[in-house]
Write a protein that binds this ligand. Structure first.
Ligand code: PDD
Length: 279
């Protein structure tokens, strides 16, 4: 594959940044992941808007004019002849002698690569996802899509060790914040889809936003409020959303079946409608 590193398209195996890069040393960087279907970026305007916001909150600039970024993404897709998968993009504060405060004259680093992945025909869409709950160990600015992901790495590892595909992180009150790399939803008897409102406690998911806007077409009402693990265990259906997962049914939480323990009907319809929107 071909990657983009600071102005150059290079073979992925030769794509390198300095060991002094602040992304490497401090996790001092921002990232985005956008899906690709049929060689086209999905909902990329939303991802670019969130990237711009994350960069601003982190007082970071891109080394190229921001308007160049979608052009670079598209060129990378073309150079890789990528049909289905994702584009990963990362901006860091660049390489500088190790010192915590912002360096005076470091140039930011911009890196992009692609990954081929079956998004439409995913086994998880058929079988559903098993979720494990874990305490949310993250910092107080979860709305910034930062590359400092150690808490999510721990959460996913704990899930994987328990035979689960996703972790739902919980606050000290036992309320679900979100998935380790996805937004979390439950479906209630009253045809409501419940998800935590945007705040500094969660990442404002692009797919979450798109799905919320499409819910009406499935005769589902969106209720933005926090929900507990106990409420999720008793829910009719549950699901996650992310750029690469789209909408995936959750069939168990901590080993307890959700609904009948198979993907729910309303979740299926939401996935179909989201894919229609994406195509
Ligand atoms: N993760 N919450 C967290 C903590 C996430 O990391 C993600 C995305 C989401 C969903 O956001 P969106 O719908 O905009 O993808 C929610 C990406 C896919 C990742 O880290 O790979």
């Amino acid at each position: 594959g071909v990657a983009y590193v600071n102005g150059d398209f290079v073979p992925l195996s030769e794509a390198k940044v300095s060991v002094l890069d602040r992304g490497f040393l401090f996790g001092d960087g921002i990232y985005e992941v956008a899906a690709v279907l049929g060689g086209r970026l999905i909902d990329n305007e939303a991802h670019l808007a969130r990237l711009e916001r994350s960069l601003k909150e982190a007082a970071l600039a891109t080394p190229v004019p921001f308007a160049e970024i979608p052009k670079l993404q598209r060129e990378l897709i073309a150079r890789n002849a990528l049909a289905e998968g994702l584009v990963y993009l990362q901006v860091t504060r660049g390489a500088a002698p190790r010192d915590f405060a912002f360096p005076k004259d470091a140039a930011p680093t911009l890196v992009m690569f692609v990954q081929e992945k079956n998004l439409l025909c995913s086994p998880a869409a058929e079988a559903g996802v098993a979720v494990k709950t874990v305490p949310d160990l993250r910092w107080a600015r979860r709305d910034i899509k930062s590359v400092s992901l150690l808490a999510q790495v721990f959460a996913k590892q704990e899930a994987a060790a328990g035979g689960c595909q996703e972790a739902w992180m919980t606050d000290p009150a036992g309320m679900v914040t979100e998935g380790a790399s996805s937004s979390a939803f439950i479906v209630t008897k009253a045809d409501k889809i419940v998800t935590r409102p945007n705040s500094r406690e969660i990442l404002p998911g692009c797919t979450r936003k798109a799905v919320a806007a499409l819910a009406e077409r499935c005769s589902l009402e969106v209720e933005e409020r926090a929900f507990s693990v106990a409420e999720a265990l008793a829910a009719e259906e549950a699901f996650i959303t992310s750029a690469t997962a789209f909408v995936l049914p959750v069939v168990s939480i901590d080993g307890v079946k959700i609904g009948a323990g198979v993907p729910g009907e309303r979740t299926r319809r939401l996935r179909e409608i989201y894919i229609e929107f994406a195509l």
